[in-house]
Design a protein around this ligand. Structure first.
Ligand SMILES: NC(=O)c1ccc[n+]([C@@H]2O[C@H](COP(=O)([O-])OP(=O)(O)OC[C@H]3O[C@@H](n4cnc5c(N)ncnc54)[C@H](O)[C@@H]3O)[C@@H](O)[C@H]2O)c1
Length: 248
């Protein structure tokens, strides 16, 4: 079977994905569209959104910054009204602003925390009431190996991704009684974010992957689809590495 082929049926489901104009988020959105879902793509890049999604009837795009909580809430509510609720939310949008901590500016620190942690919080707070009303829901967050183990030059990113893991577990405990699960994946995929890593460092990183390569972004989709599916009703508060074995 080709990578990224449909493993579950999401016909009639409403799926919201942040950072879906490119990279992993784009492939996740494409996967859910192919699986029959109505999809909201929230991304701060209006041109990339247009290029990626113009003309797709099953997709509503929202050009916004996920750290803008008011804009997120408005988009979530508008999408829920259009799609008839929200079944799945994937908090994927992310940035890096790498430098060692003694050179890190306030802007580099805050922007990374705001986008990853602030965005994940804003979307989660906005979707939970819709999921509570439905008596079910799936939230999938995107964390990182760096959030578990740290990395030189990424104290801001590690703090944000580590925070997302703690946030995932806390919210999973809070909303379990409403039939809502909250999980995370920890990916490793060739995207623009990875292309920005200096070549020598990237070669070192690739050498540490037991499966010997970075994944194609589409290879993240089946894992997210599983966590987003009815079949994963008894799975909550976990971090699923989809990383070629790096975190073993
Ligand atoms: N690629 C990897 O190997 C890897 C590894 C670990 C974690 N991750 C995580 O996976 C997620 C996706 O990363 P990617 O590699 O696809 O990156 P990418 O740079 O290709 O895509 C990120 C997307 O998020 C959007 N975005 C950024 N800031 C935003 C904001 N404030 N509001 C709305 N949208 C915003 C961008 O416009 C872009 O479309 C990120 O959370 C990243 O930290 C990636």
């Amino acid at each position: 079977m080709a990578v990224g082929r449909i493993v579950a049926d999401f016909s009639g489901s409403a799926v919201l994905i942040t950072g879906g104009a490119q990279g992993i988020g784009f492939e996740l959105a494409r996967y859910f569209v192919d699986a029959g879902a109505k999809v909201a793509v929230l991304d701060r890049d209006p041109d990339a959104l247009k290029t990626a999604w113009d003309g797709h009837g099953a997709v509503r795009t929202f050009a916004l910054d996920v750290s803008d909580a008011a804009a997120v809430t408005a988009a979530v509510d508008e999408f829920a009204a259009w799609a008839g609720g929200i079944d799945v939310a994937v908090n994927n949008a992310g940035i890096t602003r790498d430098t060692v901590v003694w050179k890190m500016t306030d802007e580099q620190w805050r922007s990374v925390l705001d986008v990853h942690l602030g965005g994940t919080f804003a979307v989660t707070r906005a979707v939970v009431p819709h999921m509570r009303r439905a008596g079910s829901g799936r939230i999938v967050n995107v964390t990182s190996y760096t959030g578990m183990h740290g990395n030189v030059g990424q104290a801001n990113y590690a703090a944000a991704k580590g925070g997302i893991i703690a946030f995932t577990k806390s919210v999973a405990k809070e909303v379990a009684r409403f039939g809502i699960t909250v999980n995370a994946i920890s990916p490793n995929a060739s995207t623009a974010m990875v292309a920005a890593i200096p070549a020598d460092r990237l070669a070192e990183m690739t050498a540490t992957v037991p499966l010997g390569r970075f994944a194609e972004p589409v290879e993240m989709a089946p894992a997210v689809a599983f966590l987003a599916s009815e079949q994963a009703a008894y799975v909550t508060g976990v971090v699923l590495p989809v990383d070629g074995g790096v975190s073993m």
